[in-house]
Write a protein that binds this ligand. Structure first.
Ligand code: GLA
Length: 404
């Protein structure tokens, strides 16, 4: 009890000190990568599973590929004690959060947790409203490295105020905690959250399907292509330290391999956070191959931090370009259609310009070599038209490197 009173006093002192709070910089220079429990496990979270996921993240090669955060989503909460401190459900997390964080850290990984800006989380557990500083201190004490902050039960709450308050609380708690805002795009966070969060959800939840809309009775969740279309117009708001988040990956959760590959490729073209959402302890070789494709990940993680854009769309075949560092480009031929699509792309007759960020491919002056990021084959140069066939719901993804 003395210990808890001490901490309460410390909170008051911290607030009183008037340290100018700000976003913690340097945590998301490239889009965050990790895993989150929600897509596969929903409320069925527990310590043993999270430890197993951390083990699998290392053993599967995902850690080496860049995945870092293991994030426990909703439903870990036990309640609040008499002083208001949040604690984990002791049946699900018998050794508590600190021991779990220590374990995850011992694997060279980081631990994330979930809360909500309202009175209760979406699943009805205690939210952080009115407890922001106390919760941030508790997370810091446990050794938490990432906070996903949801938007359920926030009637009459001002979103800028609510997210700024938690940003300030995390800052003052004194531990580098990445702040992942989950406000579903309801209040256009891209317009105001650059200095608040490291990433913000742009849409409602993803749903495990290629192109569907799932009715939950009052609100919807969305298939891969639906979410993709909702990113239109948002690329200008993203960049190093502050990313558009089109929601977590469904790779490995049951779509056909070609759809998983296309989903992963397009999230990389969007410079989206790559937060896997499948059971890492039980993956097919195809799933591992997709999630650990270094060259596709390198497109996502490119240090320029510029989102790709749709260059053209003809009969369901979309051509996307993404400027990369050092004058390179990524190109993705994305076939949304039900039939296979022929690509015949004559580079020298195309004018690819990113007006928003000021990049130009200049195919008439610069020759690029082409490397296929899924077959790993070299595909010649931009002197010659690129010809290929993209199966239905699949991609051809290339990296273009200027030839010296
Ligand atoms: C919301 C979020 C999801 C997930 C659930 C948990 O729907 O958008 O990503 O966190 O809540 O209840």
């Amino acid at each position: 009890m003395i210990n808890k009173s001490f901490w309460l006093g410390a909170i008051v002192l911290f607030i009183g000190m008037g340290v100018h709070a700000q976003k913690i910089e340097g945590l998301a220079d490239t889009p965050p990568m990790g895993w989150n429990s929600w897509n596969k496990f929903a409320c069925d979270v527990n310590e043993e599973m999270i430890r197993g996921i951390a083990d699998a993240m290392v053993e599967s090669g995902m850690k080496d590929a860049g995945y870092e955060y293991v994030v426990i989503d909703d439903c870990w909460h036990g309640g609040r004690d008499s002083l208001g401190f949040i604690y984990a459900d002791s049946a699900k997390f018998p050794n508590g959060m600190k021991a779990l964080a220590d374990y995850v850290h011992s694997k060279g990984l980081k631990l994330g947790i979930y809360s909500d800006a309202g009175t209760e989380t979406c699943a009805g557990y205690p939210g952080s409203r009115g407890y922001e500083y106390q919760d941030a201190l508790q997370y810091a004490e446990w050794g938490i490295d990432y906070l996903k902050y949801d938007w359920c039960n926030t009637e009459n709450v001002n979103p800028i105020g609510a997210y700024s308050t938690m940003r300030d609380a995390l800052y003052k708690a004194g531990r580098p905690i990445l702040f992942s805002m989950c406000e579903w795009g309801d209040n256009q966070p891209w317009e105001w959250a650059e200095d608040i969060g490291h990433m913000w959800r742009t849409t409602g939840d993803i749903y495990l399907c290629w192109d569907c809309k799932h009715d939950h009775g009052g609100y919807y969740s969305w298939g891969v292509t639906r979410i993709l279309d909702m990113q239109d117009g948002l690329r200008k708001y993203a960049g190093p330290g502050h990313w558009n988040d089109p929601d977590m990956l469904e790779v490995g959760n049951g779509m056909p391999v070609n759809e998983d590959r296309a989903h992963f490729s397009m999230w990389a073209m969007l410079a989206a956070p790559l937060i896997s959402g499948n059971d890492l302890r039980d993956m097919t070789p195809e799933t591992i191959e997709i999630l650990t494709n270094d060259e596709v990940i390198a497109v996502d993680q490119d240090s320029l931090g510029v989102q790709g854009f749709k260059y053209s769309s003809v009969d369901g075949l979309e051509t996307w370009f993404k400027p990369l560092d050092n004058g390179e480009w990524a190109v993705c031929f994305f076939n949304r259609g039900e039939e296979e699509a022929k690509v015949n792309f004559d580079w020298e007759s195309e004018k690819v310009v990113d007006e928003l960020f000021g990049y130009e491919a200049g195919f008439d002056e610069i020759t690029y070599s082409l490397h296929n990021l899924w077959t790993m084959k070299n595909e010649g140069k931009t002197k010659k038209a690129f010809k290929g066939t993209v199966p239905s719901h699949d991609v051809i993804m290339l990296r273009l490197t200027p030839v010296k």
